[in-house]
Design a binder for this molecule. Structure first.
Ligand SMILES: NC(=O)c1ccc[n+]([C@@H]2O[C@H](COP(=O)([O-])OP(=O)(O)OC[C@H]3O[C@@H](n4cnc5c(N)ncnc54)[C@H](OP(=O)(O)O)[C@@H]3O)[C@@H](O)[C@H]2O)c1
Length: 313
């Protein structure tokens, strides 16, 4: 059986996928690589190794990948710098003899997509294709948990959901479905060689519909108001969200770690239609229909975003 590396294993997706892989086979051979091995110490066993690695330090990554066959390359958070970080991880995988990389990209990756995160992912996808390694790309739609707890929930007090998303559509996907899709690809990588999957939820919605859903879930009126990119940035400035990502910045009070340039450019991408994607890939890969946004919102509404984990969803 092939040995799977989970790279960036202590984050939410890494933990979920690790849990699914071990639930399917408690004796599965895993290498969990992370900047914070102490967070995963409880998972170490005869078959599960915990190793230190940081995309910012390519030598650490190369050492950590030795002995692995299939790599789950979880994209990092250092916007702009991720391109070289991911490139270093791909080169490390080549040198370590890894045969196949499963990569977490984002929906709507195309040249011209204004979302800063999509620009990084586009280049990493190109680097992956050029590497000569086998690959599977999971283009994950916006997490439904983010829509629920970071976009809609803060609109409850004012009753106004004001964003730069225009009338754009998206199909938010539950993190549980992202994790199940990734785990299925990692457990049978040969079946998914060269695949580019759009990992979406089950329905395309605009923010008028999402605000109406939020109003039902929170039992209070919520109205969606499209605003300009400039006004949205000014709003984030007014509540102290930094413009650009800094790895040392503290999470916001609702538990997210993104800068306003990333958030707002992603909203503009929605407005321009880059997220208007609906696929059947989750069902095809996992055999299970993806969870609707309403169900996710009901389940996670009382939980701070960074406290949502596999136990809740
Ligand atoms: N589709 C979406 O809506 C969406 C939203 C947000 C993020 N994302 C992307 O999807 C990824 C997984 O999501 P998540 O919910 O699991 O995020 P998360 O809980 O915030 O975890 C972040 C992950 O990035 C890894 N990472 C960050 N910087 C790194 C570095 N310098 N070197 C190595 N690993 C690094 C972390 O690994 P360790 O801490 O273990 O080292 C961790 O696994 C994120 O990292 C991000 O790229 C997607």
């Amino acid at each position: 059986m092939s040995r799977i590396i989970i790279s960036g294993a202590s984050g939410d997706l890494g933990r979920r996928v690790t849990g699914l892989l071990l639930a399917a086979d408690p004796h599965r051979e895993l290498i969990l690589t992370t900047r914070t091995p102490e967070k995963l110490a409880g998972l170490a066993s005869d078959t599960v190794q915990i190793r230190h690695s940081d995309y910012q330090h390519p030598a650490s990554v190369q050492e950590a990948y030795v002995g692995g066959d299939t790599l789950f390359l979880i994209s990092g958070l250092n916007l702009g710098r991720r391109i070289s970080e991911h490139r270093g991880a791909i080169e490390a995988a080549q040198k370590a003899g890894v045969g196949h990389i499963v990569y977490t990209s984002v929906g709507g990756v195309q040249p011209g997509n204004p979302a800063l995160s999509a620009i990084d992912h586009h280049q990493t996808e190109l680097d992956l294709r050029a590497s000569g390694l086998k690959y599977t790309i999971l283009r994950n739609a916006l997490y439904a948990e983010i829509v629920s707890n970071i976009l809609v929930a803060p609109a409850v007090p004012s009753g106004i959901l004001a964003q730069a998303t225009g009338d754009g559509l998206l199909a938010p996907v539950a993190k549980g479905d992202v994790a199940r899709s990734a785990a299925a690809c990692l457990m049978d990588p040969a079946r998914h060689v060269g695949a580019v999957y759009e990992i979406t939820g089950p329905e395309l919605l605009d923010f008028h519909q999402i605000a109406a859903l939020g109003a039902q879930i929170h039992s209070t009126p919520i109205e969606y108001q499209p605003i300009t990119e400039r006004d949205r940035l000014a709003f984030f400035d007014s509540i102290g969200i930094p413009r650009t990502y800094d790895p040392n910045m503290p999470p916001s009070p609702d538990g997210h770690l993104w800068a306003s340039d990333e958030l707002v450019s992603a909203e503009v991408a929605v407005a321009q239609g880059y997220q208007a994607l609906l696929s059947h890939h989750v069902k095809q890969i996992t055999g299970r229909a993806p969870e609707p946004l309403r169900s996710v919102m009901e389940r996670v509404r009382e939980v701070r975003y960074d406290k949502i984990d596999a136990a809740i969803s």
